[in-house]
Ligand binder design. Sequence first.
Ligand code: NAP
Length: 277
Amino acid sequence: MAADKAGVNIDRLFSVKGKKALVTGGSSGLGLIMAETLLKSGVRVYIASRKQEKCDVALAYLERHGDCAAVAADMTVPEDRARLIETIQKRESGGLDILVNNAGANWGAAIEDYSDEAFAKVMNTNVNAVFSLTREVLPLLELAGSGRDPSRVVNIGSMDGLQVPIVQRVPTFAYSASKAALHHLTRTLAVELGPRNVTVNAMAPGFFQSKMADYVIREYGEDIRSDCPLGRIGDPEEIAGTLLYLVSRAGSYTNAAILPVDGGTHASKGHRPWMEQ
Ligand SMILES: NC(=O)c1ccc[n+]([C@@H]2O[C@H](COP(=O)([O-])OP(=O)(O)OC[C@H]3O[C@@H](n4cnc5c(N)ncnc54)[C@H](OP(=O)(O)O)[C@@H]3O)[C@@H](O)[C@H]2O)c1
């Protein structure tokens, strides 16, 4: 009753119909889930990933759900980003409402075998390219954003950026450092861009089935489940719902947040029920 008087418009709260979005790494895993979620919500979606064939396969699937375009482009390559942005600019005179920086890379190896090249590649994909793309897309984001409905940047971080990774048998030095850096970059950008009607938030997912996570989930599933208070990995709809919150009216006053989507794993590390100790 009180909420109705305050004017909560339930129909509008999670609606994103008519918005325009770019999802990097939208050809598989979490990116594909988020692209599908936005399309089913009436958003025009652009996806970008390096391999033409993966883009083609994803596009054939996504087109069934709405208006989608795919651009084969490597987010670490300036010319590729420029070509992607030009494609969007040509069609979207009103700008871009949503940028999901999801493309990411990982590398696991013992410290003795962890090369500088591998470390740099992970940092370059997960941090440098996110910063560069966000800077370059900013004019389009500013065009679409307004005071009560800012444009949204959603960075896909990781619970590994909140804590030392739980699956220590596969050391991922650069990955966890890159995700911690991405979380902090999120906060810095949020403070800088808020006054320009652009919010910047991050999700910090736990384990979800994907090409990147398949091996670890298969080999260390027991560790993963036992470290999670909910005793399981995440479901696609749990990423979809978090994204919809962040990019809709419901999330328009949320800025500089790092939202764990990990069943509480980041808070429980090392904890065991006392009777088992
Ligand atoms: N799955 C999980 O459990 C989990 C947990 C926490 C965080 N995350 C994060 O979620 C994001 C998505 O990962 P995922 O698990 O869904 O993995 P995935 O299935 O391997 O997807 C990664 C996507 O990124 C694209 N990509 C990689 N490098 C790129 C680049 N330089 N430029 C453009 N696109 C690029 C890949 O396509 P191409 O090969 O065609 O480039 C692919 O579409 C990552 O940032 C990851 O760190 C995942």
